[in-house]
Design a protein around this ligand. Sequence first.
Ligand SMILES: O=C(O)c1ccccc1NCC(=O)[C@H](O)[C@H](O)COP(=O)(O)O
Length: 211
Amino acid sequence: MADVKICGLKDPAHVAAAVEAGARYLGFVFFDRSPRSVTPEEAAALVAHVPVGVASVGLFVDPDDELLRRVLEVVPLDVIQLHGKESPDRVAEIKALTGLPVMKAVGIREASDLAQLTDYGLVADMLLVDAKAAEGAALPGGNGLAFDWQLLVGRRFLRPWMLAGGLTPENVAEAVRLTGARVVDVSSGVESAPGVKDVARIGAFVRALQN
Ligand SMILES: O=C(O)c1ccccc1NCC(=O)[C@H](O)[C@H](O)COP(=O)(O)O
């Protein structure tokens, strides 16, 4: 079964539901403009309930050093997820600054976008293969937008990778079958409204991968 990351958690009950369902990665968003955004203090309280063996991932969008320091002072994150326009050099810098594994999100819409996975694979520890947000979208991710999974058929990457973008309990099994993803990441597909996770959909998402 593919491992699961549930992203954009804000509520202790949803952290518990994700852990109970079997998620191996939990994502906490540090981006003010997101409906899923948490403060460092809120995230610290949530991460306190995360058991050993489940990784806490901090999601940032073009963070400056000050934000990274402020969050890491209070939140014991295991992985940094970069979801902005960070260059490969900036990814390497953040890895050195934080001492943590860094996962770089790369937005895919067409075949030519795949080249970036090679560029970032040289510096990041993990890759998040996500849908490219529409021009002018308010958020660079978490939009419930899928891309053409056929683009990944037969591809290999330099680093471990997660598949993201528009995954739902209804389509995730097919996405894994086509792409061979070993880890899948979901946010809006397990919500009842933007920023509001749904316990039943979290359970259904994980169960969909068990059949
Ligand atoms: O979730 C957000 O609000 C968000 C804000 C800014 C950058 C990224 C964001 N989310 C990324 C994710 O939650 C996922 O890693 C990925 O994009 C999948 O999201 P979804 O299509 O909603 O499942």
